[in-house]
Design a protein around this ligand. Structure first.
Ligand code: PLP
Length: 419
């Protein structure tokens, strides 16, 4: 018997326990999702055995005839889905896609401009100890302190002062749509390449519920595992086929060796599903859930305890809760919701007075619960559970029971016994 439970019972137990945790709790980390079984199946397949350095039809290894088919399907589907002329589906992750974008469009020492990490940007957009901060001369733009919306005057000012080679528009924690055209005109004014990192909102774009950056930007990077709900990985798109060569060579051999062909094939599956009506309907529920949550947290019974919602709402799949005026800090709120059975992450808010390990914010997202089947009724209940949790002296046991009922009513991976 060579099953995992016999060979490695400790890891088998981890897999079982994690399946149980995902089933029994409500997952509201904005960057997470539940992949469909077809994706699980593809990722757990024999394609993991294959080396395929190079690109379809131009590999450095023999025996690539079948993985070539998978990669071409992933490329064609990605291009179709987002209206791109070029796609590279090999990046192992969002961060690797971003490293490849910078590798393609800049040289070490060149200037780049991105959203400050403390204002919702990603590590790869210029954080000091990330590759981006180490290799490039970084300037950052911020949100306006009054509105918490990105200050486009500051973007232009910083761009004129800093003369970046690349301007990145994109975020990890920001509840509004970006003005891609405004970024484009600033990039044109200073002669920079415009890179949009749509890692978070790509699923909304695919469903036509968010403006598509592909026609506007020079290059677009993304993850596949957030709103899209595919395998943990990245990809890069461009409207301009002239960039194909430099982006491909930046990914391989620039940043990576052999692609993860089981993941590339799973991306093809995810992109296929993203073209369906069921996917669009799920993204609609994702957005509706986030709006319901924002509205509930802006009611008086909650706001009178110092809780508020950054920017007064959301256009996307997440809500940023501002606890700067609350007795509860981000860490305490995260722990409390964990106890209730809801998983979220604490998050610094712009101009956060508390330290990064504590923070004054929560980032709460709806993609995973939408994938689980939640609609307006369930999101209204979840929003109320969160609202009650953030008030003083919550009745934790009663809230746990409400979470359990929702989890039981929406079974996850029903019938799947992993190991
Ligand atoms: N870009 C953005 C905007 C992100 O939010 C993230 C993930 O948090 C990434 C890139 C990196 O993705 P990964 O975690 O797959 O490296």
């Amino acid at each position: 018997n060579d099953s995992l439970s016999v060979i490695d019972p400790e890891i088998a137990a981890v897999l079982d326990q994690e399946l149980g945790r995902q089933r029994d709790t409500l997952e509201m980390i904005a960057s997470e999702n539940f992949v469909p079984r077809a994706v699980l199946q593809t990722q757990g397949s024999v394609l993991t055995n294959k080396y395929a350095e190079g690109y379809p039809g131009r590999r450095y290894y023999g025996g690539c005839e079948y993985v070539d088919v998978a990669e071409n399907l992933a490329i064609d589907r990605a291009k179709d889905l987002f209206g791109a002329e070029f796609a590279n589906v090999q990046p192992h992750s969002g961060a690797q896609a971003n490293a490849a974008v910078m590798h393609a469009f800049a040289r070490a020492g060149d200037a780049m401009l991105g959203l400050d990490l403390a204002h919702g940007g990603h590590l790869t957009h210029g954080m000091k100890i990330n590759f981006s901060g180490r290799l490039y001369d970084v300037a950052s733009y911020e949100v306006d302190p009054a509105t918490n919306v990105i200050d486009m005057d500051m973007v232009r000012k910083r761009a004129l002062e800093h003369n970046p080679k690349v301007i990145v528009a994109g975020w990890s924690a920001y509840p509004r749509q970006l003005d891609f055209e405004a970024f484009r005109s600033i990039a044109d004014e200073v002669g920079a390449a415009l890179w949009v990192d749509m890692a978070h909102f790509a699923g909304l774009v695919a469903a036509g519920l968010h403006p598509n950056p592909v026609p506007v930007a020079d290059v677009v990077s993304s993850t596949v595992h957030k709103t899209i709900g595919g395998p943990r990985s990245g990809f890069i798109l461009s409207k301009n086929p002239e960039y194909a060569k430099k982006i491909n060579s930046a990914v391989f051999p620039g940043q990576q060796g052999g692609p993860l062909m089981h993941v590339v094939a799973a991306k093809a599956v995810a992109f296929k599903l993203a073209g369906t009506q069921a996917f669009t309907e799920r993204q609609e529920r994702t957005l509706e859930g986030a709006r319901i949550l924002a509205d509930r947290l802006m009611q008086d019974d909650v706001t009178k305890h110092g809780v508020s919602v950054l920017t007064g709402g959301t256009d996307v799949h997440l809500v940023l809760v501002d606890l700067r005026n609350s007795a509860l800090d981000g860490k305490q709120a995260e722990d409390l919701l964990h106890e209730v059975g809801i998983t979220v992450n604490r998050n610094a808010v712009p101009f956060d007075p508390r330290p990064p390990m504590t923070t004054s914010g929560l980032r709460i997202g709806t993609p995973a619960l939408a994938s689980r089947g939640f609609g307006a009724t369930e999101f209204t209940e979840v929003a109320d559970i969160i609202a009650e949790s953030l008030k003083p002296q919550p009745d934790v046991e009663a809230l746990q029971a409400r979470v359990k009922k929702l989890a039981d009513d929406f079974p996850l991976y029903d019938g799947l016994v992993q190991y």
